[in-house]
Write a protein of this length. Sequence first.
Length: 60
Amino acid sequence: MDSFKATRPSEPLLLIGNKIDLENKIKISSEEGKEYAKKHNMEFIQTSAKEGSNVEEAFK
């Protein structure tokens, strides 16, 4: 990620947590995802391709 930011400093980044429909198998919590994204100046969204949750929003 550092090399990406070095070559494209103004490019927006989005961290996507997928498969939120598998609640019992989630290894990274929503809070951890949000904290990581904030620390690295990114947006964060959680999605479920299976359920269609937030998929379109992630690509806007």
